[in-house]
Design a protein around this ligand. Structure first.
Ligand code: FE
Ligand code: ZN
Ligand code: FE
Length: 181
């Protein structure tokens, strides 16, 4: 954008850049915590599933999540930093909610799977929002390699979300109505 107040805008531009860098770094530490936390939460969600189809989806996403952790470590490396996790309250809350839903639904029911899908999708949406912002910020800072790594993960999070939607639409919701409706 063109500004006439040359010096002032140059100065505030630098400050803004610094604040964005700080935000990027905070969000990176947050999602690193979240991904590591999910490598512990996903096996519990998988174990709670009624259908093999959903269990397999969670198991596959666990493998991807381990890659997401590794990719974030590469991002920290590219920035010349050691990977650092900062407690993510959001993921703590979302996985706590998944645990609660598990307690509130019966084992071996399709209702249990519907609840797990909802919980899983809330997590994916949180990750999609975070990675979306990180990609945007990294691209503003012209960190091209970082952008590619984060985009790869973003793509997988979106695919995982779509996969859960398709399981819900094509099997679980319908069967839940049939069986318990
Ligand atoms: Fe992830
Ligand atoms: Zn968070
Ligand atoms: Fe994910």
């Amino acid at each position: 954008m063109e500004r006439t107040d040359g010096q002032l805008s140059a100065h505030s531009g630098t400050d803004k850049q610094h604040l964005l860098q700080q935000l990027f770094s905070d969000m990176l530490e947050d999602i690193y915590y979240a991904e590591k936390h999910l490598t512990k939460a996903l096996p519990k969600m998988s174990k709670a599933c009624t259908t093999g189809e959903l269990r397999q989806a969670f198991d596959e996403h666990l493998e991807q999540t381990e890659m997401h952790v590794a990719r974030l470590e590469r991002v920290f490396g590219l920035l010349g930093r050691k990977a650092k996790a900062r407690k993510c309250e959001a993921i703590e809350g979302l996985t706590k909610e998944a645990e609660d839903l598990k307690k509130e639904t019966e084992k071996n029911t399709l209702t249990r799977d519907v609840a797990l899908i909802a919980a899983g999708q809330k997590v994916e949406h949180y990750e999609i929002a975070t990675y979306g912002t990180l990609v945007q910020l990294a691209s503003n800072m012209h960190l091209n390699e970082v952008v590619s790594l984060l985009e790869e993960t973003l793509k997988e999070e979106k695919a995982a979300d779509l996969k859960l939607t398709s399981i819900a639409e094509h099997s679980v919701n319908w069967q839940a109505l049939e069986a318990e409706g």
